[in-house]
Ligand binder design. Structure first.
Ligand SMILES: *Cc1c(COP(=O)(O)O)cnc(C)c1O
Length: 219
């Protein structure tokens, strides 16, 4: 199977209202072509340079999501090219996005990345620090928060479900509040190995790499 068949298979197996992000990090334009031809129109990259390079050389009717950790000094390159920054995880990053998108009169759509397992090795904001970030988002003119993203700790199915549930609870709690610049409409959780569980726990956006493109070779 190539990325054409694998994308179709996944897309057809999930509910229509679940957005499938084709995570194309490390993949060539040629490898991505199959997924595009099968209908994929949102691609996720974890590095800014790679996103920009592919933005310039791939089809123009696709959207690009930044899903990896974002360094402040790279934010300026994303203006006008990224549709959704899924990895907002600190006040300092928020302020840089506000500044750089503001310079061009643009609006940045973002998801707040939650480090739900309190793992030191992972990026994302800790739940205990979330309120201070939300307060700052309310002061912005060029940043909108559309929902939450998470990468859960490795574990068995039961464990996965436990963490997805926790993020869903947080999402629903925030949905009930009335913050300026913040709407909770996107819940991005689930990757190749656990997206079915994530969907059953409420994900409406899944991020699939190996499930579409096969095993990654990191050189
Ligand atoms: C690589 C990556 C994925 C996709 O992982 P797969 O296991 O290949 O599906 C999803 N989300 C993020 C943030 C990633 O970096």
């Amino acid at each position: 199977m190539d990325s054409y068949e694998r994308y179709l298979k996944i897309k057809n197996s999930v509910p229509d209202d679940v957005e499938v992000i084709a995570v194309s990090k490390t993949r060539s334009i040629e490898e991505m072509d199959g997924a595009y031809k099968a209908g994929a129109r949102i691609f996720g990259e974890n590095k800014v340079q790679e996103l920009i390079a592919k933005y310039d050389s791939f089809y123009k009717d696709v959207q690009w999501h930044l899903i990896g950790h974002l360094q402040r000094n790279k934010v300026k390159y994303l203006v006008g090219k990224v549709t959704l920054i899924q990895s907002l995880d600190s006040v300092s990053l928020l302020n840089e996005i506000e500044k750089q998108f503001g310079k061009k009169g643009a609006i940045a759509d973002t998801l707040i990345e939650i480090n739900i397992g309190n793992e030191e090795s992972k990026t994302g904001i800790l739940v205990e620090d979330l309120d201070s970030l939300l307060i700052e988002v309310e002061k912005c003119s060029h940043v909108k928060v559309k929902g939450l993203m998470t990468i859960i700790p490795k574990g068995d199915k039961e464990n996965n479900r436990y963490y997805f549930k926790k993020v869903k609870e947080l999402y629903e709690k925030l949905q009930k509040k009335d913050f300026k610049n913040i709407t909770m409409s996107t819940l991005s959780m689930g990757m190749s190995g656990d997206y079915d569980i994530a969907i059953s726990e409420g994900a409406n956006m899944i991020r699939i790499g190996e499930g579409i493109f096969g095993k990654r070779n990191y050189k």
